[in-house]
Design a protein around this ligand. Structure first.
Ligand code: COA
Length: 182
């Protein structure tokens, strides 16, 4: 099991099925904060739901697909980053992220994304990494911009939430543009 230091007492580690109780407790702190912005399947309500999410990622990772990493701040799971999609044959991936409110504003997600994107581009030879967010998710778009991504377009009314269809933004960075941990 690896644990990579990020900053300010925070570490990045694989988030695995055996973390189900910790993940469920974290979701209790994060649920309402993340619900409008992340995929509905990720926002589960109980321990079984949390375990199912972790198992789904474990199974997809075993097939060299999606991957999930947690961020622990002073020993508490506070959020994480994931490869929502990872297609080694096509050389494309999509990164996602979330935090509970107390962990925002410290640069943890930007640092964690740099780490996993560096692995994707440098170790795995990926060509293109994407970032999809609701167009009114300013904090998420700011992360994509800090990572050096380009806003490539807007998908109009692509995100149904709570009876309203929201626009989504598509950001991406290519291997030749990636500046690594800089
Ligand atoms: C999107 C989300 C993960 C962004 O969190 P965040 O804390 O803003 O992002 P980071 O961890 O990269 O931190 C950046 C903030 O830390 C500050 N910061 C402090 N030190 C920093 C550093 N060394 N490097 C970068 N930023 C730093 C930045 O100024 C910024 O704060 P500001 O927006 O008040 O200026 C978070 O808002 C969230 O979980 N939202 C709900 C779920 C969600 O939207 N998920 C994404 C779906 S697409």
């Amino acid at each position: 099991m690896f644990s990579l230091p990020l900053r300010d007492g925070a570490d990045l580690r694989p988030l695995e099925t055996w973390h189900a109780e910790e993940f469920a407790a974290h979701l209790d702190r994060a649920r309402e904060h993340i619900r409008p912005w992340v995929g509905a399947a990720f926002v589960t309500d109980d321990l079984d739901g949390a375990r199912a999410t972790l198992r789904r990622y474990a199974e997809r990772q075993a097939a060299d697909g999606a991957r999930l990493y947690g961020i622990w701040l002073d020993g508490t799971l506070v959020g994480g980053v994931m490869f929502v999609a990872f297609d080694a044959a096509a050389g494309t991936c999509e990164v996602g992220c979330w935090l509970e409110p107390a962990a925002e504003g410290r640069g943890l997600i930007t640092a964690a994304c740099r780490t996993v994107l560096d692995w994707a581009f440098t170790t795995r030879g990926m060509h293109r990494a994407e970032w999809h967010c609701r167009a009114d998710n300013a904090r998420s778009a700011a992360v994509a911009e800090r990572l050096g991504m380009t806003l490539e377009g807007v998908r109009r009314e692509a995100w149904p939430y709570d009876g309203i269809r929201h626009d989504t933004q598509d950001w991406a960075v290519l291997a030749g543009e990636w500046r690594g941990g800089a």
